[in-house]
Design a protein around this ligand. Structure first.
Ligand code: PMP
Length: 443
């Protein structure tokens, strides 16, 4: 039984659907840098960052100072008045965003930002249909939920028309049977053309995709995927919405944006999460051609909130001054190599994949059949927790271990995390062997 009053009250007074990790959930009470403490005083390496959101460390002094200063100056304006933090951040984003993305609408969550993007595309093109991806996650409003490609999130009625799901660029489980790069002809991208010609009237409003499918298990599309997918989408009148909620702010290494790895230029780009180091802030940035067509008057009470804006500015200053785009590349490469070594050691790992500081392990009970093994993931979860490391999970089958160390993590944090996962996998293999032996005895 959990000793935590916070956990007890969470269970009693929150919607049960707001579920928590671990057989005995924990309540986090304090954070500093790469570490958090639960309310029983136990310390953990935070290797998930509240879902890739705490990007430059808990209680980062530079971000904290900016937030405190802003709260003491003015903490709310609404979008009915300009404020310098909002205007300056929008100007900065216009200078670093890909291509012609120049005008921003700030909101408070990825859901709102994607909702804005979908509305903008539909209005700008005058068309309804939006192509999204299977295995994707785009938010919890009706429209964004309809865009999701995982049944677990979609348990409520979704009376939303005009969303069509293309196959995911999921190389490990290639929907077109390609075994590896050598026989990949980007069928997943090519199939979007048939999807449009059979499922729509032959014209679409947008193709919307996460650059790396995050909650779906860090599925990294093959090189060339976005060039081909967006070429098809544009042929049929569609805009390209890049969902960079997880992949922005340098997380994929070297570049500010995940899409920069693919050399494609979105018409609309969305981000949130790591943007404000935990502040509830999101953005939808669009080309003037799209932004200028957004209809009517629109309003977001917390849009461009000066405190969230200051948190974002300060987070970006830390990323720039500490050269974290480069750190994500080099430390991410080291992590990728350590995960590749784990794969050599543990038969439970079917796939080790990722980009930059966004690395995952897909766990299977049988490598050949690729049978998802969510039970083994649960064992790894409990063991890593015991060893003081917090990790994440995801994937349609709940069998992918996702890791999101801070952007400023180094080799020592990587080693601490990988060693804990290593121990967890060793235990999971033992548990699986014991179970199969005892089953055999029972039989
Ligand atoms: N898009 C992606 C890619 C996400 O990962 C998420 C959140 N997991 C969202 C959108 C929705 O963001 P939020 O939870 O802030 O509404």
């Amino acid at each position: 039984m959990s000793q935590s009053e916070a956990v007890r009250k969470h269970k009693e007074f929150l919607f049960p659907a707001v579920s928590m990790y671990y057989a005995e959930p924990i309540a986090l009470a304090k954070g500093e840098g790469h570490y958090v403490w639960d309310d029983q005083g136990k310390k953990y390496l935070d290797a998930f960052g509240g879902v890739l959101t705490v990007s430059v460390g808990h209680a980062n002094p530079h971000v904290t100072a900016a937030v405190i200063k802003q709260v003491q100056t003015i903490s709310h304006t609404s979008t009915l008045y300009a404020n310098a933090e909002q205007s300056n951040l929008a100007e900065k984003l216009a200078s670093i965003a890909p291509g012609e993305l120049k005008k921003t609408f700030f909101t408070s969550s990825g859901t709102e930002a994607n909702e804005t993007a979908m509305n903008a595309a539909r209005v700008a093109t005058g068309r309804l249909d939006i192509i999204t991806l299977r295995h994707s996650y785009s938010g919890r409003s009706l429209q964004t939920l309809a865009g999701c490609g995982q049944s677990g999130w979609k348990k409520i009625p979704l009376p939303v028309a005009g969303i069509k799901h293309a196959h995911a660029p999921y190389c490990y489980r290639c929907p077109f049977g390609a075994k590896d790069d050598s026989n990949c002809s980007l069928e997943c991208a090519n199939d979007i053309e048939e999807l449009i010609l059979t499922e729509t009237g032959g014209e679409i409003a947008a193709f919307m995709a996460e650059t790396v499918i995050g909650s779906g298990g860090f599925i990294v599309p093959p090189k060339g995927y976005f060039a081909r997918a967006t070429e098809i989408a544009r042929k049929y009148g569609g805009l390209y919405i890049a969902d960079e909620v997880q992949t922005a702010w340098g997380r994929t290494g070297e570049h500010w944006w995940g899409v920069d790895h693919y050399g494609v230029k979105p018409d609309i780009m969305v981000s949130a999460k790591g943007m404000g180091n935990g502040a509830p802030v999101a953005m939808t940035i669009a080309t003037p051609a799209v932004a200028d067509k957004y209809p009517g008057i629109t309003f977001a009470t917390y849009g461009g909130n000066p405190v969230s804006m200051a948190a974002t500015r300060a987070t970006m200053e830390v990323i720039e001054s500490q050269n974290l785009l480069q750190n994500c590349k080099t430390t991410g490469a080291y992590l990728g190599q350590r995960f590749a070594e784990l794969k050599e050691k543990h038969a439970l790992i079917g796939d080790a994949r990722g980009i930059g500081m966004m690395q995952a392990l897909e766990i299977v009970s049988d490598r050949k059949a690729k049978t998802p093994d969510a039970k083994a993931v649960a064992v790894v979860f409990e063991e890593t927790k015991k060893r003081g490391v917090l990790i994440g999970k995801g994937g349609l089958y709940g069998n992918v271990i996702r890791t999101g160390l801070m952007l400023n993590a180094g080799r020592s944090e990587v080693d601490e995390m990988v060693d804990a996962i290593d121990a967890g996998l060793t235990l999971a293999a033992k548990v699986a062997n014991t179970a199969s032996t005892s089953n055999a005895t029972n039989a």
